[in-house]
Design a protein around this ligand. Sequence first.
Ligand SMILES: NC(=O)c1ccc[n+]([C@@H]2O[C@H](COP(=O)([O-])OP(=O)(O)OC[C@H]3O[C@@H](n4cnc5c(N)ncnc54)[C@H](OP(=O)(O)O)[C@@H]3O)[C@@H](O)[C@H]2O)c1
Length: 297
Amino acid sequence: MKLLITGAAGQLGQAFAAELSAQTTSTFCAFSRADLDITSAEHVNAVIVREQPDVVINTAAYTQVDPPEAGDDSAYLVNETGPANLAEACRRHDIPLIHFSTDYVFNGSKKGPWREGDATGPLNFYGASKLAGEEAIRQIHKKHLIFRSSWIFSEFGRNFVKTMLHEGSLREQISVVSDQIGKPTCARELAKLTLALLPSVDNQWGTYHLAQPQVVSWHGFAEEIFTTARRIDSDYWNNHLVVQQVKPILTKDYPTHAQRPINSALESGKFESTFGLIIKDWRQSLAETLGALQAND
Ligand SMILES: NC(=O)c1ccc[n+]([C@@H]2O[C@H](COP(=O)([O-])OP(=O)(O)OC[C@H]3O[C@@H](n4cnc5c(N)ncnc54)[C@H](OP(=O)(O)O)[C@@H]3O)[C@@H](O)[C@H]2O)c1
């Protein structure tokens, strides 16, 4: 099976490349934005015709939550037009499209975890543009899998784990929001699970939530990062980290341009039962990520 990966220089794109390089069952070609700009319908179609993949995996996205202002169409161009271009080319050549979306399509007001059928209601431009991308794919091409995930971290790219480790190397006390909850999910686990289901995927097309279990706040996540680091190798991490206290603060005391959902937790039971795969706890993946960051140092 040949896979075509878009957004190859991003966090999830690099995780797919790493997982694919470690196995022999699939071949792949991976394109960064410079090699394949998904906002160009002609380019997307030409690359798919040239590469003739069996599956297209779209990890490309405009992922900055705060900058987009009303009138700036870059978020919609990448997150709606881009997926629509991919869906159209995949439909034309009868190729399944796997696409990633976000917890930010919800408004965060639900008490329990969000299910696939729950009403969407993005609070910010990024979430609205990602929802528009989902809807475009659903309208254009039946053979799609949309995986909504959340709080993605890994040894690659920019993410909360790497930001906390950096902050923790500079300051003894860090303040982190404690009233927003969600499910951290490792990019490598997302890639592993996606690759694991590919051989058996048949007509289970649709939208699935794919987040690792255990709900936590950003504050709890930060504490877990430092505790885990010091547990797995206290000598190494104590050399890097000066942080002693992670102080809980409220969202209202940490103003950001874009509003974020208070409850971002996604329920992934439909994914597990449909594909017969168990999603492991994010804390296991966190330990692996910290180990990889240490090994790459
Ligand atoms: N990160 C999270 O916490 C999170 C949470 C939930 C869902 N998601 C979703 O998961 C997916 C992967 O996210 P990620 O963390 O890997 O994001 P990322 O690290 O920001 O990677 C996105 C990649 O897409 C590329 N890109 C931007 N515009 C493009 C274009 N027009 N054509 C081709 N490539 C383009 C970017 O290139 P440049 O580097 O050149 O900008 C970047 O390399 C996205 O769909 C995102 O919405 C992410």
